[in-house]
Design a protein. Sequence first.
Length: 390
Amino acid sequence: MNNKSRNLEEIIKKIDITDTMAENAKQKYKAVAKELCEKGLEVNIYPQGSFALGTVVRPFTEGKDVDYDLDFICEIDEIKHMSSPYDVKNSVGNILKNSGRKVEEDDTCWTIDYANIQGIIGFKLDIVPAVLEENEFVNSLVINGVPLQYANTAIAITNRTGEATYEWGNGNAKGYTKWFQDINEPFLRHKEDERKKLFEASIENIPNIPQKSNLQRVIQILKRHRDIYYYNIQEKDKPNSAIITTLVAKIAQMANPNLSLLDLLEFVINELNIYSKLQFQEHTVFLAENVNRYTIRKNGHEWIIPNPVNPENNLASSWTSKTAALFFRWIIEVNKDLVISKDYDEEKYIVALKNGLGNNLVEQSLNDLNLKDITKKPIQVTEVKPWRLM
């Protein structure tokens, strides 16, 4: 079991962002911040989303791995009520467009494309202009149960609604990152303790290499499996990364941080399978049978996954009965490919990994890692078959 957990982690590392590329991205966004400041904008640029959380995976689109998308907040030192979303958005965009960079506008961000050169993987930086939220909004978050240490970093972001019309939205990248890090800390500490024991046993100096916890790896695994699965069934309405990260982190709060990677994945999948009952039960009936399970809620036909740093923001606001059914069907396939398969023989296990994580990725790992302790001899596997809708 532990060997399969370690090898699964090694497979996922192959689609994680490398330290070199992460450092390159940091240099790029710091250069953007410097240029904006030199042009008269007082800004603070910092990462959000998977780059901040340590859960980046290489995107898989239209059947192939593509360039990374990395998200950053560009917080401008201006007072919200003395600014407008139009001015905030374009004060950043005008400078970027005149900088010689390849820049495009999306609804909430400016995208800078650092395309791949000579086959080297490229990446895009999504720069989201924002200002700090006003005290009234922060106080409303606290009233709704968000701890002040998360609420006080709330920001107002810009959202393009028309050709030249913009409105304020809300976000809180720093608060969400802090919330996630607080949950992840015991999992990360366990990982560090494991590493120390390993190097103590081998009488070697411990290298100063950033570690990823099993919690972070579970999120990466699910994001990869999601991309493969929804591509294979030709469905675009897949759960976004915020939903996956929030659900896994909330469920992980109930788990033992000493669990192996596969055991933690199984714990998460088992919990999500329980929530699948909400498709057929009233929420009150569900709660009576499943006490204290509020991670996913349902009010009539409305599915609810609250943003942990802004409960008014429902991450599942676009879910329909079809969306939910697809989500829970996906969870069943994760269970088949990555949980139940841990008890298969070597040949069937490799086929399951290929179904779940992608044929090319697993083949590369077979060649590079020889999947230690999973296969001790060359293996011939049957053809991987894509999922079919029931």
